[in-house]
Design a binder for this molecule. Structure first.
Ligand SMILES: C[S@@+](CC[C@H](N)C(=O)[O-])C[C@H]1O[C@@H](n2cnc3c(N)ncnc32)[C@H](O)[C@@H]1O
Length: 281
């Protein structure tokens, strides 16, 4: 680890020591990235307290009270969130540097790629960053409207030396200002573009909700709006790639159908547990 990040880790530890949270210190030492991800996820007020408290009790039995307190503190303590982002970004950078550049779809060597919903760069978006680091004629826009991603992506790019061809845009993809884009990617993001689907995915992990076709049909307008905004920024012949997990009726056929309502020339494939849809403007 670099000196600066060791320093951030130490500072997080001393904050936890000052708060007398022995259990959290152990968890932070053992699984720093999952603890931080959890805090970022539930820091949002858009997830109701009952829901995230339940997730904590199930995910971290035994230390749920301390963790709840940490999440409530994180809502007020910006310094702690910035330290968490620094520690997490170090993990992201390590992972990106160790990655091969094999992604399950072809990418242009030059031009513009817009990645909608880049998150914490822990899944395929991290692979896009690696690809852009090795292809400097390409410009990669990482777009995410979230608070956690904005801290973590900015910190990750800083640790990578602010690569000139990778730009972070902290906006809703529907407000992305450029056009003439060669490729847009939605990597594990499309279902999270809808608050209701995001909530339903979480509830589903407690076995409470099923992503039924009735629920999906109510969410269609927002998913179509996102896909139309992507259509608008692509150049003629530009491609869109959607990779996502399957949840109940939110399956390959569903995604293929909604992508097909906006785009043409669709190809659908499976990659392990996920599906992959490629289409052209
Ligand atoms: C599951 S994460 C994506 C993971 C990421 N693509 C990767 O491969 O590591 C989904 C992200 O989409 C973002 N998001 C949801 N709706 C959005 C929108 N309308 N515009 C931009 N970002 C959005 C969320 O903030 C979240 O960070």
């Amino acid at each position: 680890m670099t000196g600066g990040i060791d320093d951030a880790t130490q500072r997080v530890l001393s904050i936890l020591v000052n708060r007398g949270s022995t259990e959290l210190i152990d968890l932070f030492k053992e699984r720093p990235a999952s603890l931080i991800k959890f805090v970022f996820r539930f820091r949002h007020r858009r997830i109701s307290r009952g829901v995230w408290e339940r997730a904590i009790t199930m995910g971290f039995p035994g230390i749920s009270q301390k963790l709840k307190q940490l999440i409530l503190n994180a809502r007020r303590d910006h310094r702690l969130m910035h330290l968490f982002a620094r520690v997490f970004a170090e993990y992201v950078v390590d992972a990106i540097l160790r990655l091969g550049v094999e992604l399950p779809f072809g990418l242009p060597k030059s031009g513009i790629i817009v990645d909608a919903g880049s998150g914490y760069l822990t899944e395929l978006s991290g692979g896009l960053v690696k690809y852009a680091l090795q292809n400097e004629d390409l410009v990669l826009y990482l777009v995410d409207s979230g608070f956690g991603p904005s801290l973590i992506i900015s910190e990750t790019l800083r640790l990578l030396g602010l690569p000139k061809n990778i730009v972070f845009v902290n906006k809703n993809i529907e407000l992305f200002p450029l056009q003439n884009v060669d490729m847009a990617t939605l990597l594990f993001s499309l279902h999270e573009m809808s608050r209701k689907l995001y909530w339903a995915e979480l509830m589903r992990s407690f076995g409470i909700v099923r992503l039924s076709s009735e629920m999906l049909s109510r969410e269609l307008p927002i998913l179509k709006r996102v896909l139309s905004s992507i259509y608008r920024i692509l150049k003629e012949g530009g491609k869109v790639i959607v990779v996502d997990k399957e949840f109940d009726d939110y399956d390959a056929e569903f995604v293929r159908r909604i992508v097909g309502e906006v785009f043409s020339a669709i190809r659908t494939e499976r990659i392990g547990e996920s599906r992959f849809v490629e289409a052209k403007k």
